[in-house]
Design a protein around this ligand. Structure first.
Ligand SMILES: [Fe+2]
Length: 192
């Protein structure tokens, strides 16, 4: 018959094994999400110039160009995170981001070239992208903290703030330069 002490030791070991297993699967999940957002950012480096080119107003083109630079740096920041975790940088196709950008560009193409309605469509598409990223980075930063990867968490928080800033910038462009004017454009067209 096992002694009392042996029984409690083996229980403790079992608990520890279980915790290790859970941490490993959480780490796996974290890495898988990181590969997903890494793909998404690299994809955006290719997609943002198309949106910039399609935009009608200078202020929207500038806002997109600025966020393209930030996005290029984010790709590097994610590579740093892979390095911190002693993992190879690896991208995994993000079907969500692929879908959001594809649909966004399709909607944009349905608007008239050179119109302000086109800018409204671009801003809506870009904000859908930002909100996806805000959700992804918020989740990733939280998991990194749970895993005790504080340095990775702080880089992820930094990126999260950049995405929120991009979202605010788009709202400003819409409010100051695009939405009202787009409506005027419609009204003028109606009068003709
Ligand atoms: Fe981003």
């Amino acid at each position: 018959m096992p002694s009392k002490r042996n029984t409690s030791n083996s229980r403790r070991n079992a608990r520890r094994d279980n915790k290790d297993k859970q941490e490993n699967s959480l780490r796996e999940f974290f890495l898988s999400e990181l590969k997903d957002i890494y793909w998404a950012e690299k994809h955006l480096v290719k997609e943002l110039p198309k949106m910039e080119k399609a935009a009608t107003t200078e202020s929207l083109r500038e806002a997109i160009a600025e966020h393209l630079e930030v996005t290029e740096q984010q790709v590097e920041k994610i590579e740093e995170i892979f390095e911190m975790l002693n993992e190879r940088s690896q991208a995994k196709r993000c079907e969500a981001m692929e879908g959001i950008t594809r649909e966004g560009m399709r909607v944009v193409e349905e608007t008239e070239k050179g119109s302000l309605t086109r800018d409204v469509a671009i801003i809506v598409a870009a904000q859908k992208i930002e909100h996806y990223e805000i959700a992804a980075y918020g989740g990733l930063a939280q998991i990194a903290r749970t895993l005790g990867e504080d340095h990775a968490a702080s880089v992820l928080d930094e990126i999260l703030q950049e995405e929120k800033e991009a979202d605010r910038m788009l709202t400003d462009v819409a409010e100051e330069h695009v939405n009202e004017e787009a409506l005027m454009e419609e009204m003028e067209e109606g009068e003709e």
